[in-house]
Design a protein. Sequence first.
Length: 83
Amino acid sequence: MDIDSLINLLQWPAMVVTLVAAWLVGSRNRIKRLAGFICFISSNLLWVAWGWHADAWALIALQIGLFLMNLRGTRKNAEPPPA
């Protein structure tokens, strides 16, 4: 299997990690939400790698925006809940 085929396969783990992340972020448990944001960030990186290979520039731009939002979510999740 050549490198192009391997990179093309990245879309599948990216999709699975994105779905797991969405599930975890919906949790009421702070640790699970944090894990969800970390999964989302991982999926952003996977999608960018795949998008670069596929010349999917709009997808890359979207993933950069989502990456920044996921960083924000990670930070806000670490804050104590309002009293």
